[in-house]
Design a protein around this ligand. Sequence first.
Ligand code: GUN
Ligand code: ZN
Length: 418
Amino acid sequence: ESAAGIAHVYRGTFVHATYHTAVEILEDRLLGVDTEGKIAFIGSGKEVDRLSQKWGFEAFAVTQLGQHEFFMPGMVDTHIHASQYSYAGTALDMPLLQWLNMYTFPVEACYKDLEFARNVYTHVVKRTLRNGTTTACYFATIHTDASLLLGQIANDLGQRALVGKVINSYPLVRPVVTPRFAPSCSATLLGHLGEIAQNNDLHIQSHISETKEEVSLVKELFPDYDSYTDVYHRHNLLTDKTVMAHGCHLTDGELKLFRETGASIAHCPNSNISLCSGMLDVRRVLNHKVKLGLGTDVAGGYSPSMLDAVRRTLDTSKALTIQDTQYHTLTFEEVFRLATLGGSQALSLDENTGNFEVGKDFDALRVNTDAAGGPIDLINHGEGPKVESNLLASSGDDRNIVEVYVAGKRVVPFVERP
Ligand code: GUN
Ligand code: ZN
């Protein structure tokens, strides 16, 4: 039981994933958040009198959700390049390795200028928060000062974040060891980074097997290793705090290594399609019992919205079904889980965030399906929370995310600081 006092109580529908079901719908619940931002209790709305006595809050102070409203957990973007937000959607006309040289590396060089960095990083944190990303796992650039600034901006605006390359310790922000990918590192460098991660128990992020050309390049550069995955593994870079983006072309043997080490995959479908990199078979990854979350991969992906990542994940899975009618398409419920609890597990942050469980931080989106200039409602398909959460995923946008909470604190709408 929480020792801290109750700061807020919300009554209404809560939709979330659990450890054993994809989507659980809790109707007419009362959820209390303590002064530390943690979920203190979840009870029945009918028991408001008993709970208010037990927990010492006034029944009239309860925030009551409206008819078309529900809370869902904040979404977890397991892979996003904050530095590439400046050109998102403007340059997707070549394959990965050319694209990196032509657009990405020149833009990233600009982050030696702190004012440039402040401008882009403020925009990307605000934009993703407004779109419901309560936790983001960011790539920054090689510039220490600009990376520190990204951590400060995320913390000040109230977003939970992992930031690579370098970061101070803030309550919401942690560092993540970030080798860009094997082709840009020597074996010696990878070895040092593995050591740093191990000695300090740090998160690790990188890219793996995004395109076939990249896989061939790694084979050429690292001829003495069994596979791309083996290059990271032999330098202690595959741990249960590792998240690797893409993994489109991993073999069964490599997925087995992911499973054994507890490393996870960030599936970034917008990027994989935009750069024509590959079609990750998410079902196959899940069958291997490898942890998987969703990522936007801005700016290989052109959208900073996790709702877009949800849609592209479903589309990619359906495209696989068109190719092979025996394919077991991902369900909406499974993908909702990947965007929330699945992502927090992929980042090994699920002790703190990912769903509504007593003791976790209250990282939540207040959704109103009636908010974007009229109901995104279907006369023929009835109402109710199941329909409402499906509607958000299929045709909702940031206008339907009316409030965002991180660690109990409302962070959207933005509060201008004095
Ligand atoms: N592989 C190495 N660097 C990058 C990057 O910036 N974006 C993507 N999509 N893949 C990469
Ligand atoms: Zn990336």
